[in-house]
Design a protein around this ligand. Structure first.
Ligand code: SAM
Length: 1019
């Protein structure tokens, strides 16, 4: 029997998932992203939804086991609970994919994944105010952040997966049988947990403790043996395996990068294994933690007998130990180096020090030493403005801290120094040379303290300046950075080694922490005990967090008054002024605060017992799993050349090698992170050849997909977020090359907040998830038929996605998946002459089909059609030069040179942007004056007039060119308003004009002719 389709192949509540995914970006406490920085983390709601929907069948599929349908009815049906939580929406256009929504099991399953709250439904239906982020998705939804530890909701998902998985083989079993077996297995785990965690002093491995531990492991294994096996070959920060484990699956993951591997240990393995309750006798507790800690235990942590405290009960052993040893480490370090961070006369500790690099004026008769400040604000928020006011005395620059607006220009413009003494310019090349020759000087300019009303700023005292100037020299990591990627432009500044990213005091602090960690390791012996290894791993992670906030390439964000790490742009830019946090203070930047993020994460992921099994290896090894051992692969491969994971993560690697290298000797055996096997298309790793980089990426991806096709029985779901056709071509080639075909494709938004700014094209705001079936592609397809099928599929897809709010490159790429599925049915698609159609040609066809579908129904001249089509796809963002040529060919008879001549497109090097109405009129003063010109020209002229103050002239223009309410002019303006980025000036003028359409037409009928003409009339 053909297996039923999985839910992901037929339906996904993408609007709901998108809404919760956008929210996920701003969630902090207990979120996986707060444990340790990793690049391009997938939002948890998308991961949970995709894993779940890849494991359950579509209940409406004729081959869906009856037991599964019954289980959906029992768990999500209208009789399942007192309130019918999963009843389909009555009628909200364009929420779930099919509209209106029938009350059927498929739709109930979708709304279990994610359903909008009543408030959000009101917003969608009647434009009522949009509820706050946390109130858009119903509490009954699987993907809701707040439900990650909600046993009732998560168990519904686990039960559905259990029934789906076990009814595949055991066709005779009923839903009741299967659900009862789930309950038995789950209860066995709960009982075994209770039995183990109630044993006092279970840290001592007595016979009884070992027995109870083994019992628990057996119960967990018995449960997992009946659940699907899910693998992520590109696990990164671990979002996908975390969610697979949460859903009760046997969860596996690989990542080539040792830094990612350490993060995975800390997020997917240790909390689930060790973050559990423990009780101690008083003697044991004091032996482990000392009398001081005993004395500080709260009442609720003490165990009493006959009124006397005889022991302690700790809710989470792992987080307690991590906090205990981290505090020990920090206090030992403070004892040794705390005096380099002196307190003020009242004992107050600064929270951060504000430094600037100093350049030398190249004018030989000046040679002034000038802080390379781009501006002077320390704080520039809506409610607070504080700045450093320069006071120049002879060749000396002093500063005063002043409040209010600062009108002064900075002395540093893109690295060029403008000397405040002599006015000479020392250009950026010379400043770079100064850094290369011996390093730019550094000057402590301000001290940031926590005051009664938030952050306060003052000048440094002499003792603070002196303390920072007498720092003993310590070892500086000399490992090399990579040019072009992690190095960003620092390379041209002579910053080529990782150790150069720290000031002397920062280095002293970091090396002291490393040394203190060695002492703790010697005591805990992580090489002999897995639990100690876990604790020590978090101390290494803590140091990474401290390192990230203690580099001289961090940034002081004066608009938020926060310290920002150097990786905002996924490459490290040169920084001229930076904050140095005081790791021993009590404020947000302190090491103690960093520790809190760790313990919060541990506690928030300790509830469930399912740990993931992670490997630090390059994926693609066919023997890693037996043939068809895995049920599903859910993964998020690197986005072509977008992120240089290995290069960037060396920032951490060089320190982790020092902190945890001996604990994980195999993982940290190489001097730096492995680069050659990384599956990315970075040309600087391939002799600077774009083609070789592309070929490497494609080969590696195909090899990995080939292995997973061999290892996976059911489905492979791949998330991808790169917008370039080249990246997509490679991905599709690899999927098809690995004998799989795409059977479903969904675009999910993760950055919706930016959409209103019209940033389409600047960054891919959504990711596309394609589900693939390991299958034999069969037969030959004819080009003509496949083309027709693609055009039809894409047209439906465009219409749906457009209504869902997708635009630009997001919209285009979202169509790719559907287009490939038409193509990938066949082993080979041929043109009439017998030549094979390539994936690149096919994707081009998909783009064209999308563009034509967008223009469907719009009747106007070709230039105007082009303008509106382009606007929908790219907004006013820059795009590659090639794109213009390609689009002008799409069914429109336009010459691309003509588009530039008419300022429809405006050249910018080898890129281009669409001309705004203002740019077009500035470039051609007579635009829209000619009768019979392009409609877009007339509309742009009218928009300019609407912005201006001469209403009479506008009315005359309307009278002449747009007097018919249903004429072409107004239809174009309406189309334009639909696609212009809201918030842009173009949108403001176009929508203003449209809103006044009726009155403008009315008034235009009575408008007077210009005065000159009137005079003539009377002559
Ligand atoms: C897009 S990221 C995954 C992000 C992840 N989904 C998350 O939410 O954090 C891709 C990952 O693939 C890893 N990678 C690259 N080449 C690899 C290879 N050959 N084998 C295994 N992992 C690889 C990178 O180190 C990176 O962590």
């Amino acid at each position: 029997m053909t297996p039923p389709k999985k839910l992901i192949e037929v339906a996904m509540p993408i609007k709901e998932i998108s809404a919760e995914s956008v929210r996920d970006k701003s969630i902090r406490h207990g979120h996986i992203s707060t444990l340790h920085l990793w690049w391009a983390r997938r939002p948890l709601p998308v991961c949970r939804a995709v894993v779940f929907a890849s494991l359950v069948p579509d209940p409406l599929d004729e081959n869906c086991p009856q037991a599964f349908r019954d289980a959906v009815e029992m768990l999500l049906g209208n009789q399942a609970e007192q309130i019918d939580y999963y009843a389909p929406y009555k009628d909200i256009p364009w929420t779930s994919v099919y509209d209106p929504m029938e009350d059927n099991l498929r739709n109930r399953l979708q709304l279990f994944i994610g359903k909008f709250t009543d408030e959000m439904q009101q917003h969608l239906l009647y434009h009522k105010p949009k509820p706050a982020a946390g109130k858009q998705i119903a509490d009954s939804s699987l993907i809701k952040w707040d439900n990650k530890n909600n046993e009732k909701i998560i168990n519904k998902a686990r039960k559905l997966i259990w029934v789906a998985h076990n009814s595949k083989e055991n066709t005779g079993a009923t839903a009741n049988d299967l659900l009862a077996s789930f309950d038995d297995h789950y209860k066995a785990i709960k009982d075994a947990e209770k039995a183990l965690y109630r044993l006092p002093d279970r840290h001592i491995e007595t016979e009884q403790v070992l027995q109870a531990t083994a019992n628990l492991q057996r119960a967990i294994d018995a449960f997992l043996d009946k659940m699907p096996r899910v693998f992520d070959p590109f696990a990164g920060g671990g979002a996908i395996p975390l969610e697979a484990a949460r859903l009760g699956c046997r969860s596996y993951g690989n990542d080539i990068n040792p830094v990612a591997h350490i993060i995975q240990k800390g997020s997917l393995e240790f909390p689930q294994k060790y973050g559990k309750p423990i009780s101690y006798s008083k003697t044991e507790f004091i032996k482990l933690y000392g009398q001081d800690t005993w004395d500080k235990l709260s009442g609720s942590q003490l165990v009493y007998q006959n009124g006397e405290a005889i022991g302690a009960k700790i809710d989470n052993r792992l987080s307690f130990d991590v906090a205990f040893y981290a505090r020990k480490l920090l206090s030992e370090a403070e004892k040794e180096i705390g005096h380099y961070y002196p307190a003020d006369t009242k004992g107050g500790k600064p929270i951060a020090y504000y430094w600037a690099r100093v350049g030398t004026c190249s004018n030989p008769s000046c040679k002034a030493e000038v802080p390379l400040l781009k501006g002077f604000y320390l704080a520039n928020t809506q409610t607070k403005q504080v700045y450093l006011h320069p006071v120049i005395n002879g060749k000396q620059i002093d500063f005063e801290v002043r409040h209010g607006k600062c009108d002064l220009d900075g002395w540093n413009n893109r690295g060029n120094l403008k000397c405040p003494f002599c006015g000479s310019i020392t250009d950026v090349k010379q400043i770079k040379q100064q850094n290369i020759n011996g390093g730019l000087g550094e000057r402590l300019l301000a001290i940031i303290v926590d005051g009664q009303h938030g952050k306060e700023y003052r000048l440094p005292t002499l003792s603070e300046i002196a303390s920072a100037a007498i720092i003993p020299t310590v070892e500086r990591p000399t490992e090399k950075m990579q040019r072009n990627s992690a190095g960003g432009d620092t390379f041209s500044w002579g910053v080529t080694e990782w150790g150069q990213m720290f000031s002397p005091r920062q280095l002293l602090a970091l090396q002291t922490l490393v040394q203190k960690l060695q002492e703790i390791k010697a005591a805990l012996q992580p090489d002999k005990d897995d639990y100690a290894k876990a604790v020590v791993t978090y101390l290494g992670i803590l140091l990474d967090r401290v390192i990230l906030s203690n580099t001289s390439f961090g940034r002081w964000h004066n608009g938020r008054e926060t310290l920002e790490h150097p990786f905002a742009k996924q490459a490290i830019p040169m920084i001229f002024d930076y904050p140095e946090s005081n790791m021993f203070c009590n404020s947000t930047g302190s090491a103690y605060n960093q520790l809190e993020w760790l313990t919060r994460y541990i506690e928030s992921e300790s509830n469930f017992p399912f740990a993931s099994k992670m490997q630090n290896a390059s994926s693609g090894e066919k023997n890693q799993f037996a043939e068809k051992y895995l049920t599903a692969v859910v993964t998020d491969p690197p986005y072509y050349d977008a992120i240089a994971y290995a290069d960037l993560s060396d920032f951490f690697y060089v320190w982790l090698k020092r902190t945890l290298g001996d604990v994980y000797p195999l993982n940290f055996a190489t001097p730096q992170t492995p680069k050659t096997e990384e599956c990315t298309a970075l040309k600087h790793h391939h002799s600077n050849s774009k083609d070789r980089a592309k070929a490497h990426f494609e080969d590696k991806l195909t090899q990995i997909f080939d292995a997973i096709e061999h290892q996976t029985s059911d489905i492979v779901s791949i998330m991808f977020a790169h917008q370039s056709t080249a990246a997509w071509t490679t991905l599709c080639n690899s999927i098809l090359g690995a004998r799989m075909n795409i059977t479903g494709s969904w675009a999910m938004d993760t950055e919706m907040a930016n959409r209103s700014l019209g940033l389409a094209g600047a960054a891919l705001e959504s990711s596309v998830t394609v589900s693939c079936k390991p299958s034999q592609r069969e037969g030959f397809g004819s080009y003509r038929e496949v083309k027709r099928a693609i055009e039809q599929t894409v047209a439906i897809e465009v219409e749906m996605l457009y209504k869902l709010g997708f635009r630009g490159a997001d919209l285009l790429t979202a169509c790719f998946g559907k287009a490939v599925s038409e193509f990938g049915k066949y082993q080979r698609v041929e043109k009439a002459d017998g030549s094979e159609v390539s994936v690149a040609e096919l994707l081009e066809m998909a783009r064209e089909a999308a563009f034509n579908a967008l223009l469907k129904g719009f009747d106007g001249d070709d230039v105007t059609k082009f303008y509106i089509g382009w606007l929908q796809l790219f907004g006013f963002a820059e795009s590659d030069f090639d794109d213009a040529a390609k689009f002008s060919r799409v069914g429109l008879s336009i010459n691309v040179d003509e588009l530039f001549r008419q300022h429809i497109l405006i050249k910018n090097g080898n890129k281009q942007t669409l001309g705004t109405y203002e740019e077009r009129i500035m470039a051609s003063k007579s635009l829209g004056d000619k009768a019979g010109g392009n409609l877009i020209d007339l509309v742009h002229r009218a928009m300019m007039m609407y912005k201006g103050s001469d209403r009479q002239a506008l009315l005359r223009y309307i009278n002449e060119r747009a007097s018919q309410p249903d004429g072409n002019f107004w239809r174009v303006l309406t189309s334009l308003c639909e696609v212009l980025p809201q918030g842009s000036d173009d949108y403001k003028q176009a929508s203003g004009l449209l809103a006044n359409k009726d009155s403008l037409i009315r008034e235009s009928k009575t408008v007077q002719q210009p005065a000159v003409e009137q005079t003539r009339l009377f002559e």
